[in-house]
Structures are given as structure tokens and as C-alpha cells.
Design a protein around this ligand. Structure first.
Ligand SMILES: [Zn+2]
Length: 214
């Protein structure tokens, strides 16, 4: 019996350890991607206001085709400006705001000794399916994704994903580090390296999947 127990322990202990490690890993991954998602509702809007974001609260809505946003806000700017207002779930607005004020500001200082003054984007909420999948709704369709196309610094310098991702020099390095940092804050990050659909923007979302496509 002891021998059998010993045998079982030697076989099952590593399996158990592996499963436990996998569980912890998936929990961490999920937490990272969903961190801001846990703050939907008034707590999210309060955190957004505390971060200096300018936004309007929008009523929840759904469409006949299955799109819609729970707890939407229309983000119009903040400490860092936006190229155009964007409608999205509050959790995403908070993640974007904290990404700007944390990681991107620090990277702008490191690479250019400048402040980030504007984030350029190509939209957040959009009622559509994923381009490369059959009928699956995009995270954009529930206000959980944004397409970031570039950045403007205090001296007017513009850094664009389309022009600078495959260039050489500090703009390229800045963009690569921005994407790397995005993977820590968002669930899925897709860049020009991922596929041709993303040649001119970095897609960042708060889905339940984890993919760092940089
Ligand atoms: Zn996108």
C-alpha cells in the first residue's frame, strides 16, 4: 500500500503541481486582462474622474445584431487629449486613461524628454464582427476595444503606427515599448507584426482571451 501510495504520489504530484501552476497562471492572466473590468459602474466613473478624464456618461444600450455597451462613457479627453471622442465601456476608458498617464507618459519621457499630449485613435465602439473569423463579434462591438494609431508630443512631434512601426530609431523603439506595456494592461494586443489588418494601428482590448501579438 505504501509502495502504491508512493507510486501514486510520484505520478500525481507533478501533475497536480502542473495543474496548480496552470490554474495560477490563467488566473493571473485573466486578472491582468480583466483588472479594470472589475470596476464597472459608479466606482469606475469615479476612478475615471479622479484620473482627470473628461467624459460623458451614456445609457446602456444593445442593438438587434447583438452589439451594445454595458456602462458606456463617451471619452472626450483628459490630461492627455484624444484625436476624437470615443464611446466605450467605462472599464476600457479607465484602462486607456491609466495606460496614457502611466506607461506612455513614462516612455515619452524616456525616449523624447517630452510629455504625451494627444492619443490618436481610429475608434473604439463599432458594431461589427472580427474580420478574420466567421461571424464572431468583435470586442469593438461591446465597447471593449480601441484602435490606437499614434501619439503627439508636447513639441508637436507625431509618432504614427503606420509610418514608424517598421522604421528605425527612437519612434520605432517607442512604439514597440508602448505595445509591450499594453500587453501588461490589456487582454489582447495586436500590432502590425500580427497581421496586415493592423498595419496602421495597435488594437487593445479587454476580452477574456489573452494574446500579446507584438
Ligand atoms: Zn481593433
Amino acid at each position: 500500500m505504501i509502495r502504491i501510495a508512493g507510486w501514486m504520489a510520484s505520478v500525481y504530484a507533478p501533475v497536480g503541481a502542473f495543474l496548480l501552476a496552470a490554474l495560477i497562471l490563467s488566473a493571473c492572466t485573466d486578472d491582468k486582462g480583466r483588472l479594470a473590468g472589475a470596476m464597472d459602474g459608479p466606482a469606475c466613473r469615479a476612478a475615471l474622474a479622479k484620473d482627470g478624464a473628461k467624459f460623458e456618461t451614456v445609457a446602456d444600450f444593445t442593438t438587434n445584431s447583438g452589439c451594445g455597451i454595458t456602462d458606456p462613457v463617451k471619452l472626450t479627453g483628459g490630461v492627455v487629449g484624444l484625436s476624437q471622442p470615443a464611446e466605450m465601456g467605462c472599464s476600457l476608458a479607465l484602462a486607456v486613461t491609466e495606460f496614457e498617464q502611466g506607461d506612455i507618459q513614462a516612455l515619452a519621457q524616456r525616449y523624447f524628454h517630452q510629455k504625451l499630449t494627444r492619443l490618436d485613435h481610429m475608434g473604439a465602439y463599432s458594431c461589427r464582427t472580427v474580420r478574420d473569423a466567421k461571424g464572431r463579434m468583435s470586442e469593438h462591438a461591446i465597447g471593449h476595444a480601441i484602435d490606437i494609431s499614434g501619439f503627439v508630443l508636447a513639441d508637436g512631434t507625431r509618432i504614427s503606427v503606420e509610418n514608424d512601426w517598421f522604421s528605425t530609431g527612437p519612434k520605432r523603439d517607442f512604439l514597440r515599448d508602448v505595445a509591450k506595456a499594453a500587453c501588461e494592461r490589456f487582454a489582447v494586443v495586436l500590432t502590425p507584426n500580427y497581421n496586415l489588418d493592423h498595419f496602421n494601428h495597435i488594437h487593445a482590448d479587454l476580452s477574456k482571451w489573452k494574446l500579446c501579438g507584438i
